[in-house]
Design a protein around this ligand. Structure first.
Ligand code: K1U
Ligand code: ZN
Length: 170
């Protein structure tokens, strides 16, 4: 297993739209293992392949308190969503230390393949619902800051660019 570098906003590669996974083979299994290791090490509750510069429709998540319930969604598709929406605070491993309120559907149902390539349908609410929506946005090139006002988004962008410059200077 290996830790993968996570792209940082505003890296233009985060804007790419992912293509479907063609075959759930050994390469995909290795990628899943590496993404899970990367997500756990970064203390995230989710990670989309886009964030590690792989532009295929694959998400890993673990919203359990014990961090022992990994969930793998390959080629996820939203099949149902609630009418009601809630605001909740979100963060992103590609936008470290930035948190803000985003409005999301309260409940969603997704259809996806699991790690074994078997079709599954998952009805989610609460943190899992929010995380699925956040990660599925990554797969279409959307980062949560796109939901913020242009003023806030520009502030985040400037902060992140300054941080990269400072880190490069050492
Ligand atoms: O996609 C990612 O970068 C992972 C992201 C998922 C996420 C967190 C919060 C709401 C929606 C989606 C993270 O795991 S950020 C780090 C984190 O663990 C966290 C941050 C804020 C609230 C809860 C968790
Ligand atoms: Zn994210």
């Amino acid at each position: 297993m290996a830790l993968l570098p996570i792209l940082r906003y505003p890296d233009p590669r985060l804007l790419k739209v992912a293509r479907p996974v063609a075959t759930v083979d050994d390469r995909i299994h290795r990628l899943i293992d590496d993404m899970l290791e990367t997500m756990y090490e970064a203390q995230g509750i989710g990670l989309a392949a886009t964030q590690v510069d792989v532009h295929e429709r694959l998400i890993v998540m673990d919203v359990s308190a014990q961090r022992d319930a990994p969930l793998v969604l390959i080629n996820p598709e939203l099949v149902a969503r609630s009418e009601d929406m809630d605001f909740g605070e979100e963060g992103c491993l590609s936008v470290p230390q930035i948190y803000d309120e985003v409005q999301r559907y309260t409940r969603v149902t997704v259809r996806a393949l699991d790690r074994l390539g078997q079709p599954r349908e998952i009805a989610a609410e609460g943190v899992m619902s929010v995380c699925i929506q956040h990660e599925m946005d990554h797969l279409i090139g959307k980062v949560f800051v796109e939901y913020l006002s242009p003023l806030k988004r520009n502030r985040v962008r400037s902060k992140m660019l300054k941080r990269s410059r400072d880190e490069a200077r050492g």
